[in-house]
Design a binder for this molecule. Structure first.
Ligand SMILES: [Zn+2]
Length: 402
């Protein structure tokens, strides 16, 4: 493959990319336990002589380069999911095996694949020495994304670095430009009943029977949820069911289900709740819909309670940020990038979904490898993405503010 000019320049960071990626893989850092990973990233930013490096009160890492009026965030999350059963891996997920041009290990495709090229890409942009008075880049290593998408970035955008104009996330896109994804919600429905002796069930009302009818209706609801050509279909799935009963010889007086709801274009929280409440078997008197809350403390001990509602977001293809991303990718890839969207959810649910800050994504590695026992990233693609992130601030600087 012939390297483009910017990728030739990014080559000087190839070995650093490999070393840094392997070191991140060697530090386990599931959600709420990212302290050591954060410290390692701080160390790397300091070594690269970022203008300013700090961890905020919530535990996010933030490195700053440039001093211009256009404020850009490069975001990638620094937590990973756990490894699951060690036996299901054919290699040690915390070593950072290098083989056939790939680096393997937990987090390689989600989301150290974003952190590494963003950290070096911003440094390379600085090395090029242009537009440092036009833009300020904040490279954010956000916490707790796997537990609660958007939460770490929420703290950064609301408390640590305000008035941000544009966000680019490093989640896996396989070197494509992504501009949105479906939203999601975590919903419980609780049905109440009246308990009585199990030997004479007619004396009570069985909460499980009430819920069973609703579960049937939810299965049918899934089939008629709306579809969207770009994002795909909205879906709902009952993913857990439990009941409370005084005894195994009694009629249960409470039944609870959990629903995994994915929201497509045009679907939001109010609609999703109403759709359940309007099902024929939804018994207003004895049932209620709840949206779950997230309140786990970050590694610094700080709690930021939030509803588990993660809005759908899409940035139009003609938006200047998508176009700036496209030009940056053209320069790095030497061809037109594909423009698409994620299947999974990202921190964009907050930056774009709630704050409406224009957001896109570009990262090496594939969604299919994320959270899997093939977790990996191609070394060449880390270098290409470093070139992309060095290009992007210059392309964004060309966007005229409305
Ligand atoms: Zn991720």
């Amino acid at each position: 493959m012939n390297s483009t000019d910017i990728v030739k320049k990014a080559e000087k960071y190839r070995n650093d990319c490999v070393t840094f990626m392997r070191e991140l893989i060697r530090i386990p850092g599931i959600s709420c336990q990212e302290k050591e990973v954060a410290h390692r990233i701080v160390e790397e930013m300091k070594r690269l002589k970022y203008d300013k490096v700090w961890t905020d009160d919530y535990g996010n890492v933030i490195g700053q380069i440039g001093h211009g009026p256009v404020r850009i965030v490069f975001d990638s999350h620094i937590d990973t999911v756990d490894i699951g059963s060690r036996e299901s891996w054919s290699f040690d997920p915390h070593v950072g095996k290098v083989e056939d041009g790939y680096i393997y290990g937990r987090g390689a495709s989600d989301n150290h694949n974003g952190t590494v090229p963003q950290v070096y890409g911003a440094a390379l942009f600085r090395d090029l020495g242009v537009d440092l008075d036009k833009v300020t880049i904040f490279v954010v290593g956000s916490v707790q994304e796997e537990d609660c998408d958007g939460l770490g970035l929420q703290y950064a955008l609301e408390h640590s670095i305000k008035n941000v104009d544009f966000v680019c996330m490093g989640e896996a896109t396989n070197l494509k430009i992504y501009r949105g994804h479906r939203g999601r919600m975590e919903i419980n429905v609780v049905a109440k009943g009246v308990s009585c002796h199990g030997s004479a069930p007619d004396r009570g009302h069985n909460a499980v029977y009430r819920m069973a009818k609703l579960v049937n209706d939810i299965e049918k609801l899934n089939d008629r949820l709306q579809d969207d050509a770009f994002l795909g279909k909205g879906t709902c799935a009952v993913s857990h069911i439990s009941c409370e009963t005084p005894s195994l010889c009694a009629v249960p007086d409470l039944c609870r289900i959990h629903i995994d709801r994915r929201l497509t274009h045009g679907e939001d929280k109010a609609l999703a709740v109403r759709q359940i409440e309007e099902l024929p078997s939804f018994n207003k008197e004895h049932m209620r819909v709840e949206i779950l809350k997230y309140d786990a403390p970050s590694w610094t001990g700080k709690i930021l309670e939030t509803e588990k509602y993660f809005p759908t977001w899409v940035l139009p293809e003609e938006h200047p940020l998508v176009q700036a991303g496209k030009r940056s990718a053209q320069d790095a890839l030497g061809r037109d990038p594909e423009i698409s969207r994620w299947v999974f959810s990202t921190n964009g649910v907050f930056s774009m979904g709630r704050l409406k800050i224009p957001t896109i994504g570009f990262g090496p590695a594939t969604e299919e490898d994320a959270h899997s026992t093939r977790d990996r990233v191609k070394v060449d693609d880390l270098v290409i993405a470093t070139g992309f992130y060095a290009n992007l601030p210059r392309e964004i600087a060309k966007i005229k503010k409305a």
